[in-house]
Design a protein around this ligand. Structure first.
Ligand code: NDP
Length: 287
């Protein structure tokens, strides 16, 4: 059998960013420059890289980028005060508080303090509720990116059997809701699922978002299935270096799947592209 087609997430993301950049220029010409505020609390190295990349891509798209780097000791009350200020700031259309937050801060309380209209991460309970109810709202970026790639690759998804591995509020649950909205028959699997391999083998579309390096083996995949690998796992590589792998054993999956996203270069680049797409959507709605 031929090897799976590798879905190029970087190319998809570039296409979305080009559209967002063009629409941003139109909106700016009409007097509204979309603005994204990113708040980082503490010095987590991975978060610092994410925040830097987000700010750079925001500016490249012609949007205004507002960065807030707060001390790790910042109190929840001060963070909530900043969020309230950003909610009221007309130059800010999207607010993103980078996770994880330090332990002394209640993340749920902070996320729910963000105005749902500016919640470009789509994590607010109101936006989660809108998604569950099939109403328009801001949708979490990673599952949105997966869905856009799936629709571009496969066209109409209705009737497809989809299995989502993982049930987090950030990826698994919203992914399942989006696939249901596309009329897939959706199964959500998690750490208590009895026979994970058997569930996966039924999937025409398999989305893996568990954070377990190469958990999904080639033998778990239905021949010809489309595999979206959301996982980002750092494992020991050659010469004491680390390397990134997904939640899917890529080389094995390549032999069986019809289409697959690589790690890196698959779902990851789409997340940031969808963040800017959401910021544009928020700016258009607010304007
Ligand atoms: P969480 O840790 O919040 O959720 C993981 C989910 O996987 C849970 O529902 C858990 O089940 C399930 N799970 C864990 N281990 C197993 C197992 N052995 N078998 C079956 N299910 C299991 O992770 P996230 O959803 O936030 O992220 C998942 C992965 O995606 C991570 O690698 C993360 O780095 C990556 N990610 C990538 C992004 C991107 O831009 N590409 C963006 C966001 C995340 P249970 O609920 O029962 O505990």
């Amino acid at each position: 059998m031929a090897l799976a087609r590798i879905i190029d997430g970087r190319a998809f993301a570039a296409g979305i960013l080009a559209e967002v950049t063009a629409e941003t220029a139109e909106l700016a010409a009409a007097g509204v420059v979309p603005g994204l505020a990113v708040v980082l609390v503490g010095e987590d190295p991975a978060s610092q890289i994410y925040v830097r990349n987000k700010a750079r891509t925001t500016k490249e798209a012609g949007m205004a980028s507002f960065e807030y780097r707060l001390d790790a000791e910042t109190s929840e009350r001060d963070l909530l005060a900043l969020v309230a200020e950003l909610n009221d700031d007309p130059a800010v259309h999207g607010i993103l508080v980078q996770l994880p937050l330090p332990r002394h801060i209640d993340s749920a309380r902070v996320l729910d303090a963000i105005s749902p209209d500016k919640d470009v991460d789509g994590f607010h309970v109101i936006n989660a509720g809108r998604l569950a109810a099939g109403l328009p709202g801001l949708v979490p970026c990673t599952p949105l990116g997966c869905l856009l790639m799936l629709k571009a690759e496969l066209g109409d998804l209705s009737g497809a059997r989809a299995v989502v591995l993982g049930r987090s509020n950030i990826v698994g649950k919203p992914m399942a809701a989006l696939l249901l909205r596309e009329s897939c028959t959706v199964t959500i699997a998690h750490s208590r699922t009895r026979d994970l391999a058997e569930e996966c083998r039924r999937a025409d579309i398999l989305v893996a978002a568990v954070g377990q390096p190469e958990l999904v083996r080639g033998s778990w995949i239905k021949p010809g299935a489309t595999v979206m690998d959301v996982g980002i796992n750092r494992v020991a590589g050659e010469g004491g270096k680390t390397r990134l792998v997904g939640d899917v054993a890529f080389a094995e999956a390549l032999e069986v799947a019809g289409r697959i996203t690589p790690v890196p270069g698959g779902v990851g680049p789409m997340t940031i592209a969808c963040l800017l797409r959401n910021t544009l959507t928020a700016a258009k709605r607010i304007a």
